[in-house]
Design a binder for this molecule. Sequence first.
Ligand code: NAD
Ligand code: DAU
Length: 351
Amino acid sequence: MILVTGCAGFIGSNFVHTWLENHDEPIVNLDKLTYAGNLDNLASLSQDKRHIFVQGDIGDRARVDALLAQYNPRAVLNFAAESHVDRSIHGPGDFIQTNVVGTFNLLESVRAYWAVLPEPAKTDFRFLHVSTDEVYGTLAPQDPPFAETHPFEPNSPYAASKASSDHLVRAWHHTYGLPVLTTNCSNNYGPYHFPEKLIPLVILNALNGKPLPIYGDGQQVRDWLFVQDHCRAIARVLESGRLGETYNIGGWNEMANIDVVKTICARLDVLRPRADGKPYADQITYVTDRPGHDRRYAIDARKIESELGWKPLETFESGIQKTVQWYLDNPKWVEGVTSGEYRKWIGKQYG
Ligand code: NAD
Ligand code: DAU
């Protein structure tokens, strides 16, 4: 079996679904269930014996040691993280604790477990660390997209904490020989996306008649990838990635934020027209910019494409159509996720 961390969150839960659709190999899912962890994302698997959920912290050495001894996984995949840039600006402490100290503790548990594995399990073992393109910093309009060789220039507390974790993973390979793989992916979107992030926030605010907040001038560029394409890429890297290597994952789909928001509005105009017949784009509102806001991210995904034969299956048009439809079809999930802690955050961030 494989042990995955943080799989009650957005990408992790999509990974569990995608994995179990294509493999019979069971998954042990270790998740702390922070505000971003949501067992509703995995509700359809409640009777599936191949998914074993364990609540716990990646930084809890004793807990992770015991899980490794109990389940004897052939691989550990680390999705667990604090992931929201705006929250890292308000309070960076949790980001350092989970993304840096937590990853360090997880690496130490895994190293102790791996060191005494018998062959061939030891040679076959993998530690896969899921990371982000934000470690590379920001690009000017004419710069080439981020390749794996681009220097680390993280700009937000979140990006710096992820860059630190990537460095730790690299060092544990170089120094101890731990068989690691790292992936650095661009912006994901799709089902189960927590609605504090741009795309789900805009869909839900639009439907609720609320403003669609655009930071600054809305010309910041992100590369958007449908989440299931990311999950397929991670499975490919786990299967055939070269040890100690990093793989950039992206959709070759750079878009300015304002264009992303206008595309969502246009989809909603067709799928769920406003009662007054006006376009959803009327709700767009420009608000104060994010401090230190990175201007442009773009991913050069040629390495994973040529070495591992991975390519995204969705275009932005097909992926955003599925995503908008998913939020329209799942009002119960939305209701569950937009209570309590979520309302507190929205009040704090947008007033
Ligand atoms: P998310 O915030 O939706 O989910 C994170 C999950 O980790 C939650 O279930 C949370 O409960 C869990 N978690 C947090 N701290 C933990 C701890 N100490 N121990 C155990 N579990 C803990 O995040 P996401 O968007 O699904 O991102 C998953 C990973 O992918 C992160 O490492 C993130 O940096 C990376 N990533 C995200 C994106 C993106 O667009 N969302 C893009 C590239 C990379
Ligand atoms: O690039 C990968 C990263 O993508 C991941 O590592 C992060 O975990 C993930 O959260 C995401 O980070 P971003 O900061 O790019 O995503 P977010 O959805 O928060 O914002 C996307 C863009 O939209 C960004 O330029 C900020 C802008 N934005 C965001 C919000 C929430 C707005 O204009 N208004 C908003 O209300």
